[in-house]
Design a protein around this ligand. Structure first.
Ligand code: HEC
Length: 189
C-alpha cells in the first residue's frame, strides 16, 4: 500500500512538472504572426452585385483588343504579343517596405476554362463562349449587364461557381470588365 502511494506521488510530481514545462511561455522565443488576421486577409469577400457603368460595352477597337488580350493571356511575363493601348505587361506596385517594384500584370486566363473563337487549347470547365452573340445576345437569352456581372462576380448568379471572381477581388477594374464584356458579346469574324 505504501509503495503504491509513492508510485502514484511520483507519477503526480512528474506530471505536474511536465505540465509546467509545457506551459513555459515560448512566445518571446520566436515571432508569432496573428494567424487569424492573416486568414481574414486571404478570405474572399461576400458576393457583390454591381451596376454596369454607362457606355461600358462598346465596339471600340482598343476596348475589344484589350478584352481579347485579357481573355487569352495568363500574365504579362508569359504574354508574347504586344499589349494593346491601355494595357501593359508589367505594373508598378509597392512592396511591404513601400518600395516601388515592377510586377507582371495578371490577366484573365479565361481560355483555361472557356473555349472561344481563335482560342489555343480552350478549356471546357466553363461553357463554350464561341458564337456568343448569335446564340445568347441576338436571342435575348443574355444581356450586357448579365455578362458584366458574371465576369465581375459570378456568385450572384451561381453561388458555388467555379468561375474566378474578378471585380470584388480587385483583380480587374471596371474598365477591364467592360473590355472583356465587349469582347465576348462582339461579332467575331
Ligand atoms: C476556373 C474556371 C474558369 C475561369 C478561369 C473562368 N471561367 Fe467563366 N465560367 C466558368 C464556369 C464553371 C461557368 C459556369 C458557371 C457560372 O455561370 O458561374 C462560367 C461562366 C461564364 C460566363 C457565363 C456564360 C453564360 O452565358 O452562361 C461568362 C460570360 C464567363 N464565364 C466569362 C469568363 C471570363 C471573361 C473569364 C476570364 C476573366 C472567365 N470566364 C474565367 C469557369 C471559369
Amino acid at each position: 500500500m505504501y509503495k503504491k502511494m509513492t508510485r502514484i506521488t511520483c507519477i503526480a510530481v512528474f506530471l505536474s512538472a511536465s505540465t509546467l514545462l509545457n506551459a513555459t511561455d515560448l512566445t518571446k522565443a520566436y515571432s508569432m504572426p496573428d494567424a487569424s488576421k492573416m486568414i481574414e486577409k486571404d478570405l474572399l469577400k461576400p458576393a457583390q452585385k454591381f451596376t454596369m457603368p454607362k457606355e461600358c460595352v462598346s465596339t471600340d477597337k482598343d476596348s475589344l483588343a484589350r478584352g481579347e488580350y485579357i481573355f487569352h493571356n495568363l500574365n504579362g511575363k508569359k504574354a508574347k504579343a504586344t499589349p494593346p493601348t491601355g494595357l501593359a505587361k508589367f505594373i508598378e506596385k509597392k512592396d511591404k517596405n513601400g518600395k516601388v517594384v515592377k510586377k507582371p500584370k495578371q490577366y484573365g486566363n479565361c481560355v483555361a476554362c472557356h473555349n472561344i473563337e481563335d482560342a489555343k487549347g480552350g478549356g471546357n470547365i466553363g461553357p463554350d463562349l464561341s458564337n456568343y452573340k448569335t446564340i445568347f445576345m441576338d436571342t435575348k437569352v443574355r444581356d450586357n449587364a448579365f455578362v458584366y456581372q458574371k465576369i465581375a462576380d459570378a456568385r450572384i448568379d451561381v453561388p458555388n461557381t467555379h468561375m474566378t471572381i474578378n471585380l470584388t477581388t480587385g483583380l480587374f477594374n471596371e474598365q477591364e470588365i467592360c473590355d472583356l464584356t465587349s469582347y465576348i458579346v462582339s461579332e467575331k469574324k
